[in-house]
Design a protein around this ligand. Sequence first.
Ligand code: ZN
Length: 103
Amino acid sequence: MSDAAAPARGFADGRRLANGSGDASVAAMLEFSTAAVAYCVFVGAVFLGLWIYYDRRDHRRFEAERRKTTFHCIRCDAIYPAAQGTQVCRCPKCGHENVRLRF
Ligand SMILES: [Zn+2]
């Protein structure tokens, strides 16, 4: 049995399947391909995880910086912001302690 007699059993470029003389190299090539795909998926997953982690961290920082609670000083009439969630804050001008504005 020659290569030309059974072209349908091999690959298009002449490599043969299991019972040919090239079965060891084909099996090694398939193992290498599986390992390469697994490695690429692993690297992709690592970069995706890093991307999601840093994106969420930056978003949290940005939101904490952006969202403020507004205070109005009843002594000196100043309006000033403080971090979100603060209920009582001291006025930066006169030092009077005010509760947050409620709308
Ligand atoms: Zn004040």
